[in-house]
Write a protein of this length. Sequence first.
Length: 755
Amino acid sequence: MSNIVKDTFPIVGMHCASCKTLIERAVRSLEGVKLVSVNYGSELLVIEYDKSLIDLQTISKTISSLGNYELITDDSGGTLLASPTAKKSIAKEKKEAELVKLKNNLWFVGLGSVPFIFLMLWMLVSSLTELVPMPEMYFNHTILNTLQFLLTTPILFLGGREIHKSALTALKVRAFNMDTLITLGTITAWGYSTVITLFPSLIDLNSTEVYFEASVFIIFFILLGRYLEAQAKSKTGDAIRSLLELQAKEAIVIRDGKEVLLPLDQVVVGDVVVVKPGMKIPVDGVIIEGLTTLDESMITGESLPVEKSIGNNVIGATINKTSYLKIKTTKVGADTFLSQIIKMVEEAQATEAPIQKLADRVSGVFVPVVILISAVTFGIWVVFGTLPLAVYTAITVLIIACPCALGLATPTAIMVGTGNGAKKGILIKDAQALELANKITHVIFDKTGTLTKGKPEVQTFEITKDADTKYIKSVVLSVEGKSHHPLAEAVVNYLAGNKAYVVEAFEDLSGLGIKAIVNKKEVLIGTKKLMDKEDVEISGDMQDLGETLRRKAQTVSFVSLDKKISALMGISDAIKTESKDTVLKLKAMNIVSIMITGDNNTTASAIAQELDIQEVYSEVLPKDKARIVKEIKEKNPDFVVAMVGDGINDAPALATADIGIAMGTGTDVAIEAGDIVLVGGAINKVVEAIIVSKTTLRTIKQNLFWAFGYNTLGIPVAAGALYPFFGILLSPIIASLAMALSSVSVVSNSLRIKE
C-alpha cells in the first residue's frame, strides 16, 4: 500500500501574494513533502506527502509558525476531516469570524482617523482663505504634533497589530511579506514624526512637518482594502457554494416497512429512499419503482427534463418532476456524483495556470526589491534634496508597491472560470487545462458515442406497395426479437407496440441475416447476399434505395416473405443533433475538426460529409487512436490538439492529446484520462469549454496588465521621479488608497465574467 497521500486543505489568514510564497517555501523544505502548491485566490493548499515520513500535524504547525495562518485539517475536537465539504464549512466559519474581527478593527481605525480628516481639511481651507483662520495653537507646532502623536500611537500599534505581528513573524523565519512593507512604512513615518515632536534637538531641521496622519490613513486604507478584497473574493467561490446548496439535507427512508425522515448523513448504501413529486433526489441510486421525468439542469447544464424508469440510474440533487419513486441507494457522502463534482472543481481552483508562474516569480522577490528601491530613493533625496523629502518618498515607495494585485490576477479569474464551466456541466480538472484550451487548433472526435448517439436506430423502414404494413411489422418484430445481433435491438425498439407472432423456427445465418418460419411462411431478413443466395429477386427500385441508404452510412436489411421482397430497413448509429452545429462553430473559430472511427471508409466518409468534416481516419482500431493523435501533433509543433472521446476505449488517445475531453455520460465523473469532463456527454459543450477558456484567459491578461502597469508606473512616481520636473509628489496616503484599490479592481474584473 502506497504511503503517498495527496489532498487539498483550506488555509485561513492569508492576505497577500507573498503569504503564498512564504508558505510554499517553508512546507516544500519539510522532509517527506513531494509537492506543495498554495493558491492565494481560492485560499487552498494542495499537498502531496509521504505519510511514513511526515504527518499533517507537523505540516500544520509549520504553517502556523509562519504567521497568523491556519491549515484546516480537523474539526474543533481534533477529528481529521476527509470530506471537502466539511473542510470548506469549517474554513467558512473561521473566515467569517476573521472578517468580523477585521471589520471591528476597521471601525476602530476609521473612527480614530476622523480627527485627522478635520485637521487636514481645516489646514487646507485656512491656507486658501482667511475666512476660517486656524486657532493660535496652529502656530505652536509642538502642541499640535503632540496631540497627533497621542492619537496616532494607539491606532498604529493596536489597530495595526496583526499587520506588525505578521511582519515580525516573517522576519523570524528570515522572510519578507507584504506586511513587512506596511510595517516599515508606517513605523518609519511614526518614528520620524515622534523624534520631530518629542526630541527635536536630535534632528537639526528647520522643518517641523510630521507624517502621523500618513501612518493612520495607511493602516486605515490597508484594512479597508483587505475587507473589500475579502468581500469580493468570497463571491468568486459562489459556484462551489451553489453546488453545496444543491444537496438535500434529509431523505425519506423505508426502515422496518415504514417511511422515516432522516438526516442525509444517516442514509447508507442499500437503503430504499422514497422521493415524491417536486422533491430533490437525496442520493445517487437506481430506480426500483416508478416512472418519472427528472430536472438534471443543475448538474448537466441541460434544461430539458429527462425520462427515467425502473433500472435507470439517478443523481442526487436532481429534481423529481412528476411521479412517486423508490430508489435503492448506491452512493452516499463523498462518493456521490455531486461530491465528485465539488471535489473536482475545488481541486481545479486550487491549481495554478502556467501564466501565473511569471507573477509568482515577481512576487517572490518583490518585497526585498521594493525595500532596496525605497533605501535607494531615501539615499538619493538625502543627497540631492532634504531629509523630510527622503523620508516622505521612501515611505511612499514602501506603501504603493503591493504584490497583492499580481497574486490575485490569475487565481480569481480561474475560480470564476471553472465555476462558470461547472454551472454548464463542464468540469475542468486543473488550471493548466483551462489555459491550454484557449490555444486549441485541432479537435479530434471519436465517432461512436461522441458525434453519434452510440446506439443503432432504424432510420428507414420502407414497405412495398402490395404488402400489408401492419402484418409485415409484426412479423419482423417477432423474428428480430429472437436475435442477439446488435442491430436487432434497434429494430425491436422501433417496432415496439406492434403485435408479436409465434416464431415456429429460427436460424441465425452468421454474416448474412436471419431465416425463420412465422405463420407457416418463410421469413428472410438480411443482406443482399442472403437474398441472392436464397434466389429472392429484388426490384430495381428497392436496389436503388438500398444503394442510396448505404451512401448515407445506413446498414441495409431486406425483408422477404415466401421469396418475395416485402420491406427494406436502413439502420445506423444516428448523428447527434448538435454535432453539425458544433463542427460549424469550431470552424468559425478557425479550429480544424477531425474524425476517427473504426467504421469502413464508405460509412466514415458519409458521416464526415454530412458533418462537413474534411479530415477522416477510418477503420482505426482502438489501440491505434493514440498513435494517430501523436502523428497529428507531430505534423506541426504549434498544433494544440484536443481529443474528444468516451473516456474508456479512448483513454490512451485522451492521455496522448494536449487536452483530453471526456464525455461523462454516466454517474461517475472521475474519468482520469480526461483533462475536461463534459457532464451528460453533450458535444456542444466542447465549444462552450473553449469559450470559457478564452474568456478566462482574456481576463487574466487584463488583470496582469493592470497589476504590472500599476507597479511599473506607481513606484517611479512614488520615488519622486516627477518632482524635479513638475514638482509633483505622491502622498503616502494616496499610495495606500491606490494599493488597496488595485487588489479590489483585479477581483472585480474577474467577477465581471461570472455567469
